[in-house]
Design a protein around this ligand. Sequence first.
Ligand code: NAD
Length: 256
Amino acid sequence: SLTGKTAVITGSNSGIGLGVARELARAGANVVLNSFTDRNEDHALAAEIAAEFGVDAKYVKADMSNGDECRALIEQAGACDILVNNAGIQHVAPIDEFPVDKWNAIIAINMNSAFHTTAAALPKMRAAGWGRVVNIASAHGLTASPFKSAYVAAKHGVVGLTKVTALETAREPITCNAICPGYVATPLVEAQIPDTMAKYNMSRDEVVEKVLLERQPSKQFATVEQLGGTTVFLCSDAAAQITGTTISVDGGWTAL
Ligand code: NAD
């Protein structure tokens, strides 16, 4: 059980981050939710988790594109035994047309933020004598697709940072691993379906199987609960010697 541990999950007011936060809370951890929005709904999500799972939960606003705010998030969290670097955005364009501001934002949010939060969290983990860093990378941390240069570069970078973090903590009761999801059913992915149906004149099932899940042999989305469960496993005693590696949750994508 993770009772008494505190988990900070970046980018956790929706999708995978929220799913991971909920599963960590179900396992007994106190959770710190984050996004850059600071809406009433964000604070309400924390209150709902606290009520449902009987843990402490709070929301802390911090923009993961800003290094100082990444570090401030860890300071404001108080304890940080478990750090889940999840915040991420995407933009799709050929390299020669890729907007520079999008490139910089993706590298900052998807990769640099993990450096800043990890730098701020490791001293707390060392002081507590235990820690877990879980980086939500992607199948695109291990393979590439055209038109996703910034995303693929950032996610490969996160996998590299994961290995270095693991080596620097190898003699301590701290581990660092990356989870590499394939396509996950989130509101973001769900929102792409109607447009794609219209674009290719396809049914919903055809869009899911032939377009979205083209490279996912299982032809099923991973769920946010499964990613939460994988995170809980990496935080368990059974995973104490798992460090510096990647776990794919991709229905066979990277086996192709
Ligand atoms: P999402 O859009 O639902 O969630 C992204 C989260 O990041 C949100 O909570 C958002 O508020 C937060 N965020 C965005 N910019 C931020 C910023 N500047 N500061 C703080 N928070 C910010 O998307 P998701 O699908 O849940 O993605 C979460 C992570 O999982 C991302 O790193 C993404 O690359 C990765 N991932 C997703 C999939 C998928 O199929 N959905 C697959 C592989 C990897």
